[in-house]
Design a protein around this ligand. Structure first.
Ligand SMILES: [Zn+2]
Ligand SMILES: [Zn+2]
Length: 309
């Protein structure tokens, strides 16, 4: 049991802390819940009889808590509002290549990372650095992280919640294109032909050019990268050339213009990338945002800051 300095209230650790050390969130001592607000959203965990899976699951939960934190800060609905509405759920699953006796299966089952009606599935392999980098190279990507996956997949959920059945749908289609175009066909054509030559002019990433849904999810993920990272910078009172960063997640601020946020994002990422290069690391934010991609980010901002929750 802990007493918080902030509100002098008493808290107990999440059960996933006591049992497996994969969580560091607390729950009010008066609550009947054994799991914290993040862990209770995990519906499937990997097979913990394999000891290495605990570490991989831990990495998944670290990334997920960061996502949930930002979603809550933005007042986005994470939990079901009405009984017939979906809420976010997470499954961390591994490929099945062996049977329970360790024999290789003739029909292997591969876990596809994705989203389906609020349920986000991540392949546990993404938490292994070597596998993730291999996949990044194979897919010709410059950025591939757990938090990036989670932010992207949550974008599909929020498209359903905030756009699908609303008057925003036509504005969405004007900017991102018509999502009714055949998804499977778009997917196949993307993987056989690659992105269009001029994708940088219209999309935030090559993958965003695959289908309007993916364009939205990629843009959404970048919006979350921006607001989360800028908030962290302001928590550390970062200023660049004596300019103090704005905190887009502070009360009232995120409902205002996106201009100041975006300008600070450009300042911050220029420095971040330069610092990483000094350390011989990859760019922290290896993206160039075109005018068209910026318009899409504005659109996400408008929706997030005005959504009626
Ligand atoms: Zn927890
Ligand atoms: Zn997607």
């Amino acid at each position: 049991m802990w007493t918080a300095n902030l509100d002098n209230q008493q808290y107990k650790p999440c059960k996933n802390y006591s049992e497996f050390h994969v969580c560091n969130w607390l729950i009010p001592i008066t609550s009947d819940n054994a799991y914290c607000a993040s862990c209770e959203l995990t519906s499937h965990i990997p097979d913990l009889s394999k000891e290495e899976n605990i570490e991989l699951w831990y990495r998944m939960e670290v990334a997920k808590r960061r996502l949930i934190y930002t979603l809550k800060k933005l007042d986005l609905p994470v939990w079901r509002m009405k009984p017939d509405e979906p809420s976010l759920r997470f499954r961390f699953l591994e490929d099945e290549t062996e049977d329970e006796y360790g024999n290789e299966l003739t029909v292997k089952s591969t876990v596809i990372t994705g989203h389906d009606n609020g349920v986000i599935t991540l392949n546990l392999k993404e938490a292994e650095d070597a596998s993730r980098v291999l996949m990044r190279e194979k897919m010709n990507e410059r950025y591939r992280t757990l938090i990036g996956h989670l932010r992207h997949e949550s974008g599909h959920f929020y498209w359903n919640v905030l756009i699908q059945h609303t008057e925003l749908l036509s504005a969405f289609r004007d900017l991102f294109g018509d999502e009714r175009q055949d998804y499977t066909q778009s997917l196949e054509s993307y993987y056989s032909l690659g992105p269009p030559d001029n994708w940088q002019e219209n999309f935030i990433s090559a993958y965003a050019s695959m289908h309007p849904w993916e364009d939205w999810a990629e843009t959404w993920a970048h919006y979350l990268h921006i607001v989360d990272t800028l908030e962290t910078a302001t928590e550390y009172q970062v200023s660049i050339m004596r300019h103090k960063m704005v905190n887009p997640l502070q009360d009232n601020l995120y409902a205002q213009s996106f201009d100041a946020t975006y300008e600070d994002w450009c300042r911050l990422t220029t420095v971040l990338n330069a610092l990483n290069r000094s350390m011989g690391l990859d760019d922290a934010y290896p993206f160039i945002i075109s005018d068209k991609a910026l318009q899409k980010l504005f659109f996400v901002h408008k929706i997030v800051s005005q959504q009626p929750y």
